[in-house]
Design a protein around this ligand. Structure first.
Ligand code: TXA
Ligand code: MG
Length: 315
């Protein structure tokens, strides 16, 4: 299969994106940009198309997908017993990189949720994603557009690398603003539970709700199966350092093909940031580095979302 790559222009967005909407209507799977990472989308109402997503990514069938919507009203077809906290938070953070896990409306086929009684929903704020949803007038289910186990794609080139020839169309929207996946917050328990930290921080959510939010541990696997899979894994060994002294000592040791990532550092390094992290991982793989050495200063250690991705990659 040939993968068509389109570059929509802001002045002709609807016309440029219409081909992508057409593919989705026909039950095809396509890749599109969001503000976090690229998504691999299919229309929610087509269970066969959803199954294709799992096949194309090589994604385990028990790992549920996130549903993307363009209008708040769409939530009522997707979820039931929606708590007040949802409305408080969506008002502040939607459209944007915040995903809610809610009770699934039994009208929605369980394929998207891998059979769970819940459903994950977010309203992205990328203009291309929103235009696509608006044209389709239906939710789009989409995981990140990488092969399972590869870093999430933050440029169209990353998607192409993983999925060329496997999908009919890729919308190129340049590089993703946020660079790491959305914050996932479950609202199906008594109290909110943070399943995946992201750029919308735990503190921001707590401030908005006026209460503390618990962070899920690996024990939450039955709640969020995605937590049990090894994610964001470059081939190179990822080594995290908390002290600059240890970092320097390691770098002075045996010469290796290595990438050095730090926020600020006296020696030669790439700048560590959430936006560029996955791009660095992919580059390290492409260039066959043996290791990626990362200095996690106090600022980095306080960044729950970035530390989460670094720790998953270093396992
Ligand atoms: O930023 C993002 O969220 C991107 C863009 C494309 O929107 N999507 C994304 O999807 O990162 P994915 O599939 O790579 O990650 C979805 C995560 C997984 O960890 C999955 O287990 C969890 O969300 N998830 C999805 N549905 C769930 C549900 N019903 N209950 C609990 N966790 C769920
Ligand atoms: Mg993913």
């Amino acid at each position: 299969m040939r993968t068509i790559r389109i570059h929509p222009e802001p002045q002709s967005l609807a016309a440029d994106v219409s081909l992508a909407a057409e593919f989705l209507r026909k039950g095809e799977v396509i890749a599109f940009p969001t503000e976090t990472v690229y998504g691999l989308g299919a229309k929610l109402s087509d269970a066969q198309a959803l199954k294709k997503i799992y096949e194309i990514k090589g994604r385990p069938s028990d790992n549920p997908l996130i549903v993307h919507i363009a209008e708040l009203e769409w939530i009522y077809d997707l979820a039931v017993d929606i708590p007040k906290d949802f409305f408080t938070l969506q008002q502040l953070f939607w459209p944007g990189p915040l995903t809610f896990v809610l009770k699934r409306n039994p009208k929605v086929d369980g394929t998207v949720s891998a059979g769970l009684p819940t459903i994950a929903v977010r309203m992205p704020c990328h203009p291309i994603a929103l235009k696509l949803l608006e044209l389709l007038q239906e939710p789009i289910a989409a995981p990140s557009a990488n092969l399972s186990g590869r870093p999430s794609p933050t440029t169209a080139a990353h998607v192409f690398e993983d999925l060329q020839g496997k999908i009919p169309l890729l919308i190129d929207g340049g590089s993703c603003e946020v660079g790491i996946e959305s914050t996932v917050l479950s609202l199906v328990q008594e109290e909110p539970l943070l399943l995946r930290p992201g750029s919308i921080s735990k503190e921001a959510l707590e401030k908005a709700l006026g209460k503390e939010i618990a962070v899920a541990t690996r024990h939450a696997v039955p709640i969020s199966p995605g937590m049990k899979y090894r994610h964001y894994a470059p081939n190179a060994k990822v080594i995290l350092f908390q002290s600059e002294k240890d970092f320097l000592a390691h770098l002075a040791g045996a010469p290796k093909r290595r990438m050095v990532l730090a926020r600020r550092f006296a020696e030669e390094h790439h700048v560590l940031s959430a936006k560029e992290l996955f791009a660095h991982f992919r580059r390290a793989d492409a260039e066959n580095y043996d290791e990626i050495c990362i200095l996690c200063d106090a600022e980095v250690q306080n960044d729950l979302a970035l530390m989460n991705r670094l720790q998953l990659a270093s396992k």
